[in-house]
Write a protein that binds this ligand. Structure first.
Ligand code: MF3
Ligand code: CO
Length: 248
């Protein structure tokens, strides 16, 4: 069953979404050569807690940190720690927070200093995939059409769309119905309705769509070893389109 949110519930998700975006921006502002991923995680954790939120990833299925920091060929779920960022890396930051029982979830990929043109382009196209999806979202629009649009834009550039991990409904829990795949067939899938709140999160690989999980049980990497990018927003479906809830 898909939980439709009332206007007052969406207002609560706006508050959670804003804090979640602020935490993501903070992480982005700290990214620089010589910084460890563990330092960024600590700053994100402390920021969320100081502002009355709960880091939703911490302890989720045993996950040991407050954000995911995935570097280069790491797609998602990279565990922050001693790794030192260096010039030319790209870092996908994924942050979730709960405020007064309501969730926000967002992600973005940041460059460390100057990066290879192909990595720069991948980040730009992945961001465009998310923007295209958000611009399409409205009552009556089918998730298959949105997935198709994301996949088409990525594949036009020769990139691989990750299939094993997808977006999701979100609200009083981080993961709810419906599934929101970044691939699909036109004319298929459920139709969006006013009051649905979903996290759209394209994960796009420079080469190949296949991924595997490392022995730590979390870190998902590209099978090809190529870099990968990830952008995510939490949105609400409104009368005339979509509202981004994870915004400043
Ligand atoms: N942001 C991820 C998602 O969209 C969740 C991270 S998994 C966790 O599903 F374990 F880190 F919480
Ligand atoms: Co998500």
């Amino acid at each position: 069953m898909i939980e439709l949110k009332t206007a007052s519930q969406i207002e609560k998700m706006r508050v959670a979404g804003r804090l979640t975006r602020q935490a993501l921006e903070l992480a982005g502002s700290l990214i620089a050569p010589g910084v460890t991923t563990g330092e960024i995680d600590r700053a994100v954790h402390d920021f969320i807690v100081k502002n009355g939120g709960i880091p939703s990833f911490l302890g989720y299925a045993g996950y040991p940190a407050s954000c995911c920091l995935s570097v280069n060929e790491e797609v998602i779920h990279g565990i922050p720690g001693k790794r030192v960022l260096k010039e030319g890396d790209i870092v996908s930051v994924d942050v979730g927070a709960i405020v007064n029982g309501w969730h926000g979830d967002n992600a973005a990929t940041f460059p460390v200093g100057k990066v290879a043109p192909e990595a720069e382009k991948l980040m730009q196209v992945t961001r465009e995939c998310l923007e295209i999806a958000i611009s399409m979202a409205a009552p009556g629009v089918r998730l298959g059409d949105i997935g198709y649009a994301i996949q088409s834009h990525a594949e036009e550039h020769g990139y691989g769309v990750v299939r094993q991990f997808i977006g999701h409904g979100i609200g009083s829990e981080m993961h709810q119905a419906p599934d929101v795949p970044n691939y699909g067939k036109q004319g298929r899938g459920i139709r969006l309705e006013k009051g649905m709140t979903i996290a759209i999160e394209p994960m796009i690989n420079l080469i190949g769509h296949e991924v595997r999980t490392l022995a730590d049980g979390w870190t998902v990497v590209t099978k090809s070893g190529s870099v990968s990018a990830h952008f995510e927003n939490t949105i609400a479906v409104t009368d005339n389109g979509a509202e981004i809830l994870t915004k400043l």
